[in-house]
Design a protein around this ligand. Structure first.
Ligand SMILES: [Fe+2]
Length: 277
């Protein structure tokens, strides 16, 4: 088991590797200032064609369920809002890792896109505010797993062996091997990126729900969407177990089984139509 402070320092250090230097910093500062127009931010992103292409690839990866492709950053900003686009700029740097990594991480990415899509649908069904942000929380909920695989390759291999040997949840193996878990690692990364608690909390607490925490409503949605995707085998979350559904989270959604069945049927249709293509 490793020292938590050491693990945290390495996770925070990885932001230096993950972020595309200068331009990402400039864009996130522009968004955070709140005084720069969406058009100016879009212009700044557009100066880096590779970055712009990566952000558009994410926007069009299907997790928002837009029927028409989004072809410009300006259009994405109008539809999604500044905070979401800022987060996508940051997330695009993680995409490079995902595309370079093995089948396990590709399965995890599919699990993340499925969870994002389902979280967005459940957000609409529960009439939660800002379903785009909630979908984004679904996309990012397991980002800590990607970071662990990238930052701690030896421990990650040990975590994989532990999952196989014990047939346990990945989060249990993380605790045993690394002494910290992927929701914590995800939280450290997103905090380091200066993202608001509305995005950080659902990632930090998706496996450890409590109804009195801030942003419990969206955390509940991500928790339920995650478990439904695992139960239905959407992508691969790193183990073959299904975590227990938190009763308080389920109660907070105020949905019935017909709502869930409809949301799942929609997701399965979208997967058949190429959501992961
Ligand atoms: Fe998770």
């Amino acid at each position: 088991m490793r020292d938590r402070a050491v693990v945290r320092a390495r996770v925070e250090g990885i932001t230096k590797i993950l972020t595309i230097p200068t331009i990402v910093g400039r864009i996130t500062t522009m968004v955070s200032s709140g005084t720069v127009s969406a058009g100016e931010i879009a212009d700044e992103i557009g100066k880096d064609q590779i970055l712009a292409a990566k952000v558009l690839k994410l926007v069009n990866s299907g997790f928002y369920g837009f029927r028409q492709p989004i072809s410009t950053i300006t259009h994405a900003m109008v539809l999604l809002g500044n905070d979401v686009v800022k987060t996508l700029v940051l997330t695009s740097s993680v995409l490079d890792i995902v595309s370079a990594m093995n089948e396990h991480i590709k399965g995890l990415w599919e699990h993340s896109i499925g969870t994002a899509r389902l979280a967005g649908t459940l957000a609409q069904k529960t009439e939660a505010k800002n379903p785009e942000e909630i979908a984004l929380c679904g996309l990012l909920h397991d980002i800590g797993k990607v970071i662990i695989a990238q930052t701690f390759p030896e421990e990650h291999a040990e975590i994989r062996r532990t999952v196989s040997a014990r047939n346990c949840l990945q989060i249990e193996a993380e605790q045993a091997v690394l002494g910290v878990t992927h929701p914590e690692v995800g939280m450290w990364l997103l905090k380091k990126w200066s993202l608001p608690a509305s995005l950080v909390n659902p990632v930090a607490y998706h496996s450890n729900f409590h109804p009195r925490r801030d942003f419990a409503d969206r955390t509940a949605i991500v928790h339920v969407a995650d478990i439904l995707c695992r139960a239905k085998g959407v992508g691969y979350a790193g183990d073959h177990r299904i975590p227990a559904l938190n009763r308080d989270a389920w109660a907070m959604l105020r949905l019935d089984m017909d709502d869930i069945a409809e949301a799942m049927a929609n997701l399965e249709d979208e997967i058949r139509s190429g959501l992961f293509a």
